[in-house]
Design a protein around this ligand. Structure first.
Ligand code: F6P
Length: 363
């Protein structure tokens, strides 16, 4: 029997368990491979004794409906930037991927499947370059991985954000308020934009389209002038104002974002300073967006990513990532998946269509 090692790295994400189950189910059918899991990304490999578990049918039965990962995860273990403390107490970072690749091989593993986002797939690529037969699976609620049309977890995050948005509209309408909802997404606006379209937001602010505060103020005022009397805003955590659109004050040392705790609070302050007198309330959704059970769509996507990744192992397609492109499960070079981020194209129909629905981006 050959030995396959599976790891989940980076932030937890709905669908991780479905991928693990998909790999195990397909592997069982092959009758040639035993599947093992490293605990907390590749931390389990490095420990003595290694924290590696055998993934039997019993351990993975029915887990596709559960959020999180049965293998646990971390975004603090990066073998590409391993922290080393110098004699003077200073910290430098070393590339330890050769040691990790050698360790995995010395433990008797013939192949590895690494389930993770951009950071994890950069590690996969480095491990492959160091001679480890490895396959990647694209995970992230942010949907910012290149070379795949979609990542699992994204649809669940949008569903949660959209459900939350619907609940906030109730208060906006009843109290004639401006409601600001901040969503995750790192430097990409996918979650925000999809949520804004799904929920019917008036304003959507994303990192790809820096906003002009004056335009946002104008839109809000026009809503109140027309006696519509409420505004719903979705703001991505990476959204930023256009340079010069916010007048910085004396002593404003640029730390307000951090002090106030999120861009929703920052925008709220900006709007008040710009003279918006309507009541404004802020909601930062945070980690509820990646918690709980995956949607049916993500269960299907993640389960099939698991099967596809195992098929790639069987076919010896290493140094590649399973991807969903043009409605098909394919394999793409890890290099293509990691050389750039997949962010919203401001000239795409997605953005133009959103404008068509009356959504203001503030540009
Ligand atoms: O990449 C997924 C993500 O949830 C981002 O949307 C967010 O910026 C980040 O992770 C949060 O990371 P952490 O869980 O470490 O706070």
């Amino acid at each position: 029997m050959k030995k396959l090692l599976v790891a989940t790295g980076g932030g937890d994400c709905p669908g991780l368990n479905a991928v693990i189950r998909g790999i195990c189910k397909r592997a069982k059918k092959s009758k040639q491979w035993e599947v093992y899991g490293s605990k907390e990304a590749f931390n389990g490999v490095n420990e003595d004794p290694p924290r590696i578990i055998k993934l039997s049918g019993k351990k993975t039965a029915g887990i596709h409906v559960r959020g999180g990962t049965i293998l646990k995860t971390t975004n603090k273990a990066d073998p590409l930037h391993f922290p080393v403390k110098g004699a003077d107490g200073s910290i430098t970072f070393e590339d330890r991927t050769q040691e990790l690749a050698d360790k995995i091989k010395s433990l008797g593993f013939d192949a590895v499947i690494n389930i993770g986002g951009d950071g994890s797939q950069k590690i996969s690529k480095a491990l492959f370059d160091k001679g480890l037969p490895i396959v990647g699976v694209p995970k992230t609620i942010d949907n910012d991985l290149a070379a795949t049309d979609v990542t699992f977890g994204f649809q669940t995050a949008v569903q949660i954000a959209s459900d939350s948005f619907d609940k906030l509209v109730t208060t906006a309408e009843s109290h004639h308020r401006v409601m600001i909802m901040e969503v995750m997404g790192r430097d990409a606006g996918w979650i925000a934009l999809h949520t804004a379209i799904s929920g019917g937001a008036e304003i959507c602010l994303i990192p790809e389209i820096p906003y002009d505060l004056a335009k946002i103020v104008k839109r809000i005022e026009s809503r109140y002038d027309k006696h519509r009397g409420f505004v719903n805003i979705v703001i991505a955590e990476g959204a930023k104002p256009k340079e010069g659109s916010i007048v910085s004050r004396e002593g404003d040392e640029g730390s307000r974002h951090v002090r106030l705790g999120g861009v929703a609070y920052q925008l709220s302050e900006q709007l008040k300073e710009a003279g918006i007198r309507a009541e404004i309330r802020e909601t930062v959704l945070g980690h509820v967006q990646r918690g709980g059970t995956p949607t049916a769509y993500d269960r299907v996507l993640a389960s099939l990513f698991g099967v596809k990744a195992f098929d790639m192992v069987m076919a010896g397609e290493f140094g590649k990532m399973a991807a969903f492109v043009n409605n098909d499960f394919v394999s793409v070079p890890l290099e293509n998946a990691t050389k750039e981020y997949n962010v919203v194209d401001k000239d795409s129909f997605l953005v133009d269509g959103a404008r068509g629905l009356g959504i203001e981006f503030g540009d």
